[in-house]
Design a protein around this ligand. Sequence first.
Ligand code: GCU
Length: 433
Amino acid sequence: LAANLLLLALIASAQAPTTPVPSPMLDPLRFNDGTAVTSAKQWPARRAEIFQIFQREEYGQRPPGTEKKLRWHVDEVAPVTSGSLAGIALRKRITLFFPAPSATVARQFPHTAREMHLLLYTPLAKKSERVPIVLGASFAGTWATADDPGVPLGTAWPMGLPDRDLAFTDAHTATEADRTHQTIQGHSQWQAKKILEHGFGLATFYYADLEPDAKGGWPFGVRPLFFRPGQTAPAEGEWGAFSVWAWGSSRALDYLQTDPNVDPLRVAITGHSRLAKTADWTAATDTRFWLLLSNEGGKGGDSILHRLQGEPIAHLWDKFSYWFTPAFGHWSGRDAETPFDGNLLISLTAPRPVYVGSAIGDAWSDPLGEFLSAKDVGRVFALFGKQGLGVTEQPSLDTPVMHDVGYHLRAGKHDVTAFDWDAYLQFMEMHLH
Ligand code: GCU
């Protein structure tokens, strides 16, 4: 009887749902086989391992053909004459054309994306110089980047938050009201005037030009353009929307490096929230980017999944599965077991400078996790004789710390503000020389 009871107790405990417990942070400085990374010379091999993990488990692999430059056309070069950038900005608008779909793809997916629109502002006072710039994908369209009526309204998908009921029947033409879209990355989130006054340029493109941000959005983006013959849907192991948007930044960089007003070696990449998760991967996949400014990337970005704070993978997977490669779903409910995490993700940018911005009111992103990630990545920079945050505790509110890694915890909510940009611009200035 005692033996039977013991057996029953064992079966019951094996079946009882276990409450997940936080697990230690992963170590960027340990190879998969457990060996320690102790020199800069070993870093490329360890980096390749980390890259493989993220490619396999979160972002997916890009199909062949995506590495090619796009054809582009400079649509306009003009000084800005009205709005708050009048007299201080030179505006360029560039269209980059995606490869044409095959006849079969065109028949099956008649609404694939055709082109992306890049907007570039550089300081008018430096119109015969090549200046450092910051590039970012935008939530609200190029026409909502700055107070500049000279940017035409685009015909593109609406800000396709998946909880909005989108009928994918027709592209949506933005309206005048969309120019001042303040809730999601409107003018205040870009701070174009401030950026230009610091002598930098700003380039943006609308992420939905590449794929609408919504479940079921992929037939309206670029993914089908790269389908293998006979392929009719995204497949296991392939890129998700994050990687598609990151790809857009790399193709924009192809152009920007040729622009006579852009310093080709000083193009920073930035993004906010889901577009910070995108920017993290952009800097990882494309080492031509100068530095990374990652604003409130949260879970699945630069925050720490293993802490089990803030947004769980189950939420990411349930609402936004299309952001990821399908393998990501296997980690739903297993946040503390992932072989990938935020500190490893941003380590892929090292030794190029990395800045992580958090906000105290952004519990969903777990600001402490973002800090721990930025702090930990300093150990990778140390291999190169570079300096991490230089602090052990999360700094107090509104007090940026920066060396080769930067971090701040801003007062306020999930957003990008003038405060964030002051810190980012100071960080860029610090790394100019
Ligand atoms: C949602 C999502 C986050 C994401 C955020 C955003 O809140 O759960 O993962 O970062 O949207 O992009 O604003």
